[in-house]
Write a new protein. Structure first.
Length: 269
């Protein structure tokens, strides 16, 4: 075969196709990570933030509070244990990821108590909206804008479709999103992938029940020792063992809109 024929044969032979095996392996790994069995604790599809409670993290998918998802916390009474449950994680995100936005808290944040937990007044933005529709609108805008390290919204009368709307918005949010609702809402359907019921118990403990998560049903309650910041050093042992009874419902205020909370009250929660 002469030289021109060899050149033509080389041009006529197509180059070998790259192997598709690596792509297939990556696809199989991605599918395996996104599928979980109902009998097993699921893995988190997005980053998580440690809750600060080893006992709780062991039962949460991924080992912490989920980002890019909504966490719904049901309470017997507002202003009873929200800060004690979320405070350890908020301290971390405030130090490294940005502001913490409060939407419609039932009472002014107790800044001295939060400072003991590592969260200062400069870390907080307090939006006091009276109507639930206003709170939901503010929460949705903040979540969509990815504008906060954590968003905490008190939305007692939210409907299931409104919770679903917040969950859809949270899918693109890199921060933590908590919504607080009354315990009576446990009978309603919820799109939140993580749903907890939390109540104060004797000895300053928090009783946590996981109502919904990615994975098997968790039937046993989790008791978390949770003495509010600063009290462990000043309360006598008999009061540390007794703890606090369930608080009476708090009266909401609506005179502060969109400013950092700096006023303190005498109740530590």
């Amino acid at each position: 075969m002469n030289a021109p024929s060899l050149q033509q044969a080389a041009l006529a032979t197509p180059p070998p196709l790259p192997s598709s095996r690596p792509s297939a392996d990556r696809l199989a790994a991605a599918l395996s990570a996104s599928v979980w069995r109902a009998s097993e604790l699921g893995t988190a599809p997005a980053p998580v933030r440690a809750s600060g409670w080893a006992e709780l993290d062991a039962e949460l998918p991924g080992g912490g509070w989920p980002c890019q998802a909504l966490t719904e916390i049901l309470l017997p009474c507002t202003a009873s244990c929200e800060w004690r449950l979320t405070g350890p994680a908020l301290r971390t995100v405030a130090a490294n990821h940005g502001p913490i936005v409060l939407i419609g808290p039932p009472v002014p944040p107790h800044v001295p108590g939060l400072m003991h937990a590592g969260v200062g007044a400069r870390d907080l933005v307090w939006i006091q909206a009276e109507k639930v529709a206003e709170r939901l609108w503010a929460a949705e805008q903040l979540i969509r804008a990815n504008a906060a390290a954590a968003v905490l919204a008190w939305v007692p009368q939210a409907r299931p479709e409104q919770i679903r709307r917040l969950q859809i918005s949270a899918l693109r949010c890199e921060g933590l999103v908590f919504v607080f609702r009354p315990d009576s809402a446990c009978q309603q359907a919820s799109a939140a992938p993580l749903r907890l019921r939390v109540a104060p118990r004797a000895g300053w403990a928090l009783e946590v029940q996981i109502l919904k998560r990615r994975g098997a049903l968790h039937e046993d309650a989790i008791l978390l020792p949770s003495v509010p910041g600063g009290l462990a050093e000043v309360l006598p042992p008999r009061l540390l063992q007794r703890g606090l009874p369930l608080p009476v419902p708090a009266v909401e205020v609506s005179h502060v809109v969109g400013r950092a909370a700096v006023r303190s009250v005498s109740v530590v929660h």
